[in-house]
Each structure stands twice: as C-alpha cells, then as structure tokens.
Design a protein around this ligand. Structure first.
Ligand SMILES: [Zn+2]
Length: 89
C-alpha cells in the first residue's frame, strides 16, 4: 500500500492504480472540440472501474489557438485520446 491514499474505489476500498500515463483528454463543447488536456488513466485493480485524474495545471491547447486543429488531429490519431462529452447545463 502506498504511503498516502489519493484515489480510492468506494466499492472495493482499494487505491486506483495508474493504467496509462500521459493520455490526451479532449473536452467537447456545443461547437465541437474545446480544449485538449494531458492526464492519467487510473483503474481499480479489483472491479476495473476507470477514472481520469492527474490533469496537468494547464490545457495543452484551446480551440482558438492556431495549432489547435492540427494538434487535435494528431491526438485523435494517437489512439490515446479520451473524449469528454459536452455537458448539459
Ligand atoms: Zn473497485
């Protein structure tokens, strides 16, 4: 067990483990892709529930930036992208 508890599965009472480091997270808005983030994918070792955590302090890119479109394409082709759907609010 790690010295410090950080992310614990409520059902299994176990710490989530890092399944994949440095994933891309694409945050969506009504108009399409909004922001690209770098984060980590964590997985409960027992039930397999997954969470995205460990977000970097700053987004990699935002929709209005000149390199966004090209970067988004690279991210989507990387096989390492996770899409966060638009929120209804
Ligand atoms: Zn679990």
């Amino acid at each position: 067990m790690a010295d410090r508890l950080t992310r614990v599965c409520v059902t299994c009472q176990l710490q989530y483990e890092v399944e994949k480091q440095g994933i891309y997270v694409v945050e969506m808005a009504a108009f399409g892709a909004y922001k690209i983030w770098c984060a980590d994918l964590h997985r409960c070792p027992k039930c397999g529930h997954r969470i995205i955590a460990g977000f970097a302090d700053h987004r990699i890119s935002e929709h209005y930036e000149p390199e966004f479109k090209e970067l988004l394409q690279q991210v989507m082709e990387s096989g390492n992208a996770y899409i966060l759907k638009e929120k209804d609010d």
